[in-house]
Design a protein around this ligand. Structure first.
Ligand code: ADP
Ligand code: MG
Length: 416
């Protein structure tokens, strides 16, 4: 198999699938966080390999797991599709549900799935007119999703917040304005294959930078919980994914689907769909499954799935160790040593290094803003949380921090 990605995502996917029997490698799609995936198998750079396709052919790769949807924009995307290799992602028309926010809005309207009121503005003038005609607090987003968009989601909680930010954002690709729906968020991740929907987990991401859900919504979450949930106990899949079934079948959708939702006036409404296993949840989902490799391969082949869960492992808790300057990513510090005071637990714990490298003396150094994701697992949510905290506390790096309250708010789903 081949991961298209970097950092803790590539490290965790490659290692988890390797331990499940795969021969794993990574094609490095970004210019940072190259060291961690090298701990799980060979890594190949864009400089040495302008396209991953020759690698896929030479290595006989059967499964490709992309970190983000931008692979479909690459110059080699068509060649990749032509190889017939299994890609863990829907392709073609089906990708629009994540890529184009207004397309997702229209789909929800068609299938009667609640979605906050939303508008697209091409420039500052149009954005101002929308705010006057439909005064409300808005979340400002990129209309076309890509890791390199000029706009990253900005949450405004009042009309005045919205007005201030609309004067300041970059309109190169326009903006998608979605009414702020409150803070009671949760997510659900399923696999779609052979026209069926297989629920895997209900999840929570702690997106705000600081304890108490304070500070800005950071580029990637500071923590996350997943609960094994094949029966959809909170009803998120029934409300937000199952109604899409006619469309999923019409576009021959096969791959992961993730709905992120906010509970407003007693009802879940979708704020975004993603078509990936997720940078935070992916590492946990693969460890909750006994047969992740077989399950992912069958998904890429659009076959019937039989995911099996590891018994007694019902929850995962992921905590990110953020480094100097995070979440204000323009701020950069020097490379700083990362020290580990005691060995990490071997059982029910994973530490996925992210923006770190080894210097010449083999000292582990932080090379960016996100140092590691530390994950604990357990039968109960408190066990998973305790495990993650016991291990993240063994890492020291100057100026680093982590949230100390993962699991204390926003769980169970629907709570603020
Ligand atoms: N309409 C909304 N109402 C309330 N919170 C929102 C809304 N849209 C986004 N958010 C918050 O911002 C986060 C990021 O938004 P999202 O649409 O998932 O974009 P992305 O993941 O591409 O940054 C969400 O997880 C949620 O916490
Ligand atoms: Mg999101």
């Amino acid at each position: 198999m081949l991961v298209l990605g970097v950092g803790s995502f590539a490290f965790s996917v490659a290692r988890a699938l390797k331990e499940n029997g795969a021969t794993a490698a990574t094609y490095l799609t970004r210019d940072y966080a190259h060291y961690p995936p090298s701990l799980a198998g060979p890594v190949f750079s864009r400089e040495a390999y302008p396209s991953p396709v020759p690698l896929i052919q030479a290595r006989g790769v059967e499964l490709v797991v992309p970190q983000s949807i931008d692979w479909a924009q690459a110059s080699w995307a068509d060649d990749l599709l032509k190889t017939g290799v299994g890609i863990l992602s829907p392709t073609g028309e089906a990708m629009r549900i994540e890529r184009e926010r207004d397309f997702a809005r229209k789909l929800c309207a068609e299938f009667k799935i609640p979605f906050p009121r939303a508008h697209v503005a091409r420039n500052r003038l149009e954005a101002g007119q929308i705010l006057s005609r439909h005064p409300a607090p808005y979340v400002i987003k990129n209309p076309l999703c890509s890791p390199t968009s000029p706009v990253h989601t900005i949450l405004c909680e009042t009309i005045e917040d919205t007005r201030s930010w609309l004067r300041h954002v970059n309109y190169a690709e326009g903006v998608f304005l979605q009414e702020f729906a409150g803070r009671a968020e949760a997510g659900h991740i399923a696999l779609v294959s052979g026209g069926e929907i297989y629920s895997l987990v209900t999840n929570q991401e702690y997106k705000r930078a600081f304890d108490g859900n304070m500070g800005i919504v950071a580029g990637a979450p500071l923590g996350g919980l997943v609960e094994r949930d094949p029966d959809d106990k909170y009803g998120l899949a029934r409300a937000l994914i199952h109604p899409l079934r006619p469309w999923l079948r019409a576009v021959n959708y096969h791959g992961p689907i993730q709905a992120t939702a906010v509970r407003r006036r007693g009802k879940w409404c979708v704020i975004e769909y993603n078509i990936r296993i997720g940078v935070t949840s992916g590492a946990m989902i693969l460890r909750l499954l006994e047969n992740p490799l077989e399950t992912l391969l069958a998904t890429t082949r659009n076959r019937k799935l039989s995911p099996r869960f590891v018994s007694g492992r019902n929850f995962g808790c992921s905590i990110t160790l953020a480094g100097y300057g995070y979440p204000y990513v323009q701020i950069k510090g020097p490379p700083l040593p990362v020290d580990v005071s005691a060995p990490f637990d071997k059982k029910d714990c994973d530490v996925w290094w992210n923006e770190v490298a080894r210097d010449n003396g083999a000292q582990l150094m932080a090379t960016g803003h996100r140092i590691a994701d530390v994950i604990g697992f357990g039968a109960k949510v408190d066990d998973a949380i305790a495990k993650a905290y016991a291990n993240i506390r063994r890492i020291r790096c100057l100026g680093s921090y982590f949230r100390t309250d993962i699991g204390q708010s926003l769980w169970p789903p629907g709570r603020e």
